[in-house]
Every structure is written in structure tokens, then in C-alpha cells.
Design a protein around this ligand. Structure first.
Ligand code: PMP
Length: 300
């Protein structure tokens, strides 16, 4: 792991190695924390964080879903992230805020347990290292929307993602694709999915997916380019009709999909529209598209 010097914990900057927690931390046992994944990019204006406000809004939404009243405001966490990037003197990094029920209380009712908030930043390159990926429809389905709040980013949910990831890796694939409880395509373990058919973008509708911020960015960019975007239920049997497919997410950014199970997409190559959106997205995050500068928070 690419270490940096400092980690922000409960309002203080501490050395990376000192950021340790007690064995009886509530969230370690029950997954009762919430987190975010955010990226900071080098731009001609200096380092800039992509859609920081939206990520922090989702962080607070996730916390509320677990009855967790964060002891810091959104603005305080925004300032903490910017300060942490500056202190660590890095231009491009992944940003991981986490809030968790801490040490002092066991049992499933978290009420009364202390709430800790931490932020780490470190350089993190490509999440999926290949240019195009082969994915497997998982035998594990996404968590039922009546079992959890699907729009929240809760630590414990990621056990479902880990099961799916291990299943895909054991079968020789790069990544998993999870269906929802009704058998429709939902998302990857840490990514949303898009398809292209006859120059129209299709993506699973919200409800059983994490409403990704990259997903939202791609939908807005595509619509600004007059590309039709349809959010709907998509069946696995429709995959063979698709011309292109790609994942979106903060960690993967835009990642072309070459194969789903045994179905090869676009002869295993990156599709025309995927390539175009990927190129524009890369410019947007690097501050090279004036129209979307509003999505960047400069680290000054
Ligand atoms: N789905 C899941 C399950 C995720 O964990 C992520 C990553 N946060 C995404 C989709 C993509 O979301 P975003 O574009 O906001 O990173």
C-alpha cells in the first residue's frame, strides 16, 4: 500500500502508523460504519477533488441511514480533506473518509456507542489493472432493497461485494456483475454498469444499486452531448444485443467490458462510444472541460 505521512482522525492529524483502533470497535464486528471513495486529480489549477460535495452529501446520507450523528459538519470534513491532501503533499490520490461506531459498547444496538470519523489519502492507480475486463454474472445477488438501504454506502454491505469478487476471481474473471433479487442486472461489486445499443446508453435504474457519482457524471456528460440515456431494468438475456459495455466508479473510473460470461462484446475491444465518453471523462476530471469545472474543488 502506498502510505502517506498523515491521517486525519477525529479532528487531529496523526502519523499514518499511529492510526490504530481497539479490537472491540463496534464496526469491526458488525460492519456498522459508512464510508466514501473519492479521487483527487492533478489539474492545471493544481490538485482538485472530483465532486467532493456530492460525495460528502452521500456520506452524510449513509450515516443518517444508520442513525449515526456525525460530530463534524459537511463543511468541516470538506476542509479536513483539503488540509490532509495539502499536508501530505500529494497531487493525485484516492480519498477514504470513514465514520464508524467505535469502542465502548458491544451488542447490535449501536445507540450510545462513540462515533469516530477518519480520513486517509493515498496514491491509488487503476483499480482494475487491465484496459478491458472480463466479468462474470455472480451466483451471489445484490442485497435485497428491503434488507438494507441500497442508496447508502455501509461497510457491512461490502461483504456481499467480496463474496461476488472472490467468486469471479476463482472462475478466472476480472470482476463480478451482480443481479438483483428479481434477476435484473444491478451493478458490479464496486461499480455501476452501462451498455450501448444503437448509440443509446442503457443503465440499470436506481433502487437496487448504489447511485454512483461517476454514473451520474456520465449520464450528464452523455446528455450534454445529445446522447440518449435510458435508465431501466435490464435482463441478462439482453446482453447479447448490446454493442458495448463499461463500468463506472470512482476507483475504476471508466472501464470497458470485453466479455460477460461467455458473451464477447464488440469483439473484445473498447467500443466507439465508450472510448469517447472515457476520453471526455478523463478531461473533465483533469479540469480540461470548462463546462464541468464546477465539479472540481481546488486544493489551494
Ligand atoms: N456501486 C457500488 C456498490 C460501489 O461501491 C461504488 C463505488 N462507490 C459504485 C457503484 C460507484 O459509485 P461512485 O461512482 O460514486 O464511486
Amino acid at each position: 500500500m502506498n502510505q502517506t505521512k498523515k491521517i486525519w482522525l477525529n479532528g487531529k492529524l496523526i502519523n499514518w502508523q499511529k492510526a490504530k483502533i481497539h479490537l472491540l470497535t463496534h464496526t469491526l464486528h458488525y460492519g456498522s460504519g459508512v464510508f466514501e471513495g473519492i479521487r483527487c486529480y492533478q489539474t492545471k489549477y493544481g490538485p482538485a477533488v472530483f465532486r467532493l460535495n456530492e460525495h460528502l452529501a452521500r456520506f452524510f446520507y449513509s450515516a443518517r441511514s444508520l442513525d449515526m450523528k456525525l460530530p463534524f459538519s459537511q463543511d468541516e470534513l470538506k476542509k479536513a480533506i483539503i488540509k490532509l491532501i495539502r499536508v501530505n503533499k500529494i497531487n493525485e490520490c484516492y480519498i477514504r473518509p470513514i465514520a464508524f461506531y467505535g469502542y465502548g459498547k458491544m451488542g447490535l444496538n449501536p445507540q450510545g456507542a462513540p462515533i469516530d470519523v477518519g480520513i486517509a489519502v493515498w496514491p491509488w492507480g487503476k483499480y482494475l489493472t487491465k484496459e478491458v475486463v472480463k466479468i462474470k454474472i455472480s451466483k451471489f445477488i445484490r442485497l435485497h432493497p428491503q434488507s438494507v438501504d441500497s442508496s447508502a454506502k455501509v461497510c457491512g454491505y461490502y461483504v456481499n461485494s467480496i463474496f461476488a469478487t472472490l467468486d469471479a476471481r476463482h472462475s478466472g474473471f476480472d470482476e463480478a456483475l451482480l443481479l438483483d433479487h428479481r434477476g435484473y442486472i444491478a451493478e458490479g461489486p464496486g461499480e455501476n454498469i452501462f451498455f450501448v445499443k444503437n448509440n443509446t446508453l442503457y443503465t440499470p435504474a436506481k433502487g437496487n444499486i448504489l447511485p454512483g457519482i461517476t454514473r451520474d457524471s456520465i449520464i450528464k456528460i452523455a446528455r450534454d452531448l445529445n446522447i440518449k440515456v435510458v435508465e431501466k431494468r435490464i435482463k441478462p438475456t439482453e446482453i447479447k444485443e448490446m454493442n458495448e459495455a463499461f463500468f463506472t466508479g470512482t476507483a475504476v473510473e471508466i472501464c470497458p467490458i470485453a466479455q460477460i460470461n461467455q458473451i464477447v462484446i464488440n469483439k473484445g475491444k473498447i467500443g466507439h462510444l465508450t472510448a469517447k465518453l472515457k476520453e471526455i471523462f478523463e478531461k473533465v476530471v483533469k479540469g480540461e472541460e470548462k463546462k464541468y469545472l464546477k465539479w472540481l474543488t481546488l486544493v489551494k
